[in-house]
Ligand binder design. Structure first.
Ligand code: G6P
Length: 610
């Protein structure tokens, strides 16, 4: 977590850094800080503020800082409370070296003790502060050399931005297991955790790899690897604009992203559906297409919402490909003893492509020689670069912390992948054609659900004071129940549990009373009758029920207290439709309760630490 920004070049206006930082606020927002080198005063000025970036902005209005290079930082606390002292940039004893850091230094305690014994004075509780002190210890006039020596001592994950008033013409950056990229301008370089931060300044970027360090001056960029060999980097062109990452008239990114789903699903489908032959194709998988014919098992790994997409994918893949499929959360997978065999395809799903646990799980599989595939939204991200082959979502930037359009895009791609693998096996032409035909209708069906948003808002108003919620579903909609509960707790801080409806009698039904509403996902699919029985059981205990079912199923009004109708489609695609009312419901309750739904407390968009 945490967002970092750096700049070196001809411009002296620190608002460039502030603007970039605002776009990184989703990575953490409990405090923000900056440091800038002023050539006239030959010193580095620094300022920090607890709270959002806007607080730092206010404080910067009281001073007239300018210069280059500079660093900006937005924090998501890992070590030490939310205070100005703990906020980055951190400096050494002489206030010469200033550092911003995203990640965790695992061996900081022993380093700190040693440095303290040597007389270094520390001012924060952070792991990061050892870095400027180590650089101070090694500094002999050349910043990169001191940084290199410091790197020999620290262990952990880090993206670093470093400047020094004693070697002021440089910005040194390092990457190891935390995202970092360099934007290339004219006689200037920008550095950021994510391309959305700098896209308004430049669309040309270079992605650093783990173990790489770059030394930047306005005129040149020298990159070297862990063995100090020079590295030549390709320059990538960002293919989306700053407008894509802005709110576009909506009050929140979350609502904008919910409303964008017809388009993001269309983008996931574009060029990939072959309706005549009932197949799917992915350019990104062409290198492994033949190898996929012989796989016997699929293993899916992801975190959070992406993991729930993986759970839905498991139902799709098992039903249509006949291949056994498992889905695991990455933080568990990486610490188990994963069985990696040649006949298995390991699929990693991640919106950001930077989630630390997903990346670590991927690396573990690669170490053992497994075939790795990815479904990733952020192009050029770590998971995208490190998998053997992959599929991009093309969903555009997702800024709201709670994932919405990435989820439905992941489901769409999983359905396409099911087609690809299914048609290589027993899936019939007729079944393939049905799935392709239905997939092409999905964007329109989603649009129809979005048109009901005022009605969903009314239902949200009615239930906004509830303190607990149960979400139930079966088969394909069991993971959707988990996702619905996750959305509600993330955004509205209401306690919510997602359950497979069949498990209700094994515990959660004990909670049901007049104050404990349930959202029941019950499209008229192969488990519909079972769902109706579960709803009856809840009603018999006076629990309020909001049912989501298919249009034309008027009978549901007799059973449930409130009903939301969604259009019909085939069973495997129902989750894409069923989740839309749940996203809107969570959004409207969060807003009605007065919360900042784009930046829920304690959460961050991209979890780049364990
Ligand atoms: C965080 C986000 C979730 C997201 C999860 C996995 O928890 O708040 O919205 O689902 O990380 O992120 P990824 O980028 O790997 O999909």
């Amino acid at each position: 977590m945490c967002g970092i920004v750096g700049y070196i070049g001809k411009q002296k206006d620190i608002r460039i850094g502030l603007e970039a930082l605002r776009r990184l606020e989703y990575r953490g927002y409990d405090s923000a800080g900056m440091a800038v080198y002023n050539a006239d005063a030959k010193t580095i000025h620094s300022l920090k503020a607890v709270g959002r970036v806007v607080n730092l902005e206010q404080r910067l209005k009281e001073v007239s800082f300018e210069g280059s290079p500079f660093l900006f930082y937005t924090r998501w606390a890992t070590h030490g409370g939310v205070t100005e002292e703990n906020c980055h940039p951190h400096s050494d004893c002489k206030n010469s070296v200033w550092v911003v850091h995203n990640g965790i230094i695992e061996n900081y305690r022993e380093l700190k003790e040693k440095l303290q014994q040597e007389g270094h004075a520390f001012h924060s509780e952070t792991d990061t502060e050892v870095i400027p002190h180590l650089i101070e210890r090694f500094f002999e006039g050349n910043l990169e050399e001191a940084v290199r020596k410091m790197l020999g001592l620290i262990r952990g994950s880090f993206a670093l931005g470093i400047i020094s008033k004693d070697d002021p013409e440089k910005l040194v950056v390092v990457r190891n297991s935390a995202p970092l990229l360099i934007g290339v301008g004219e006689n200037e370089y920008l550095v950021a955790s994510d391309p959305s931060a700098i896209v308004s300044q430049t669309k040309k970027v270079m992605y650093l790899e783990d173990g790489e360090m770059a030394s930047l001056t306005p005129e040149r960029c020298l990159i070297e690897d862990i063995n100090h060999h020079a590295v030549r980097k390709a320059i990538h062109e960002i293919d989306w604009s700053v407008e894509d990452a802005q709110k576009g008239g909506y009050s929140h990114f979350m609502l904008k992203e919910i409303m964008e789903q017809p388009e993001s699903i269309t983008n996931a489908l574009r060029g990939r559906v072959l309706p005549d032959t009932g197949e799917a194709r992915f350019g990104g998988l062409s290198v492994v297409r033949e190898r996929l014919r012989s796989i016997k098992r699929i293993s899916i790994t992801a975190c959070g919402t992406a993991y729930y997409a993986g759970l839905v994918g498991r139902y799709m893949l098992e039903e249509y490909t006949g291949l056994p499929c498992e889905a695991d959360v990455a933080s568990e997978f990486r610490y188990r003893r994963p069985i990696v065999k040649d006949d298995t395809a390991f699929l990693f799903i991640s919106q950001s492509g930077e989630t630390a646990d997903t990346l670590a799980a991927l690396r573990e599989v690669k170490k053992k020689g497994g075939l790795t595939l990815g479904i990733i939204n952020v192009t050029g991200s770590s998971v995208a670069r490190e998998t053997d082959a992959g599929i991009y979502n093309h969903a555009g930037p997702e800024i709201g912390v709670a994932s919405t359009k990435a989820f439905t895009s992941q489901l769409t791609i999983l359905a396409l992948l099911t087609l690809l693998l299914g048609r290589q096996r027993e899936m019939s032409l007729a079944d393939g054609q049905v799935v392709t035909r239905e997939l092409q209708r999905i964007p329109d069906l989603v649009k129809q659900i979005l048109e009901q948003r005022e009605k969903i808002k009314e239902i949200a108003e009615k239930y906004k004071h509830a303190e607990n919620f149960l979400f139930i579903g079966r088969k394909y909609n069991y993971p959707v129940a988990l996702e619905g509960a996750l959305k509600l707790k993330e955004i509205s801080y209401i306690h919510a549990e997602g359950y497979g409806a069949g498990e209700m009698k094994h515990g959660p039904i004990a909670l049901i009373d007049e104050q404990f509403p349930t959202i029941a996902l019950c499209p008229q699919d192969s488990v519909y009758e079972k769902m109706v029985s579960n709803i009856q059981e809840i009603k018999a205990r006076k629990g309020p029920v909001i049912a989501i079912t298919n249009e034309g199923n008027g009978g549901m009004k007799e059973i449930a207290d409130d009903v939301i109708f969604v259009p019909r489609t085939i069973e495997m695609l129902n989750p894409i439709l069923m989740v839309i009312p749940l996203q809107l419901f969570a959004y409207f309750i969060g807003v009605a309760r007065g919360y900042d739904v784009d930046k829920p407390r304690n959460l961050a968009k991209s979890v780049t630490v364990e």
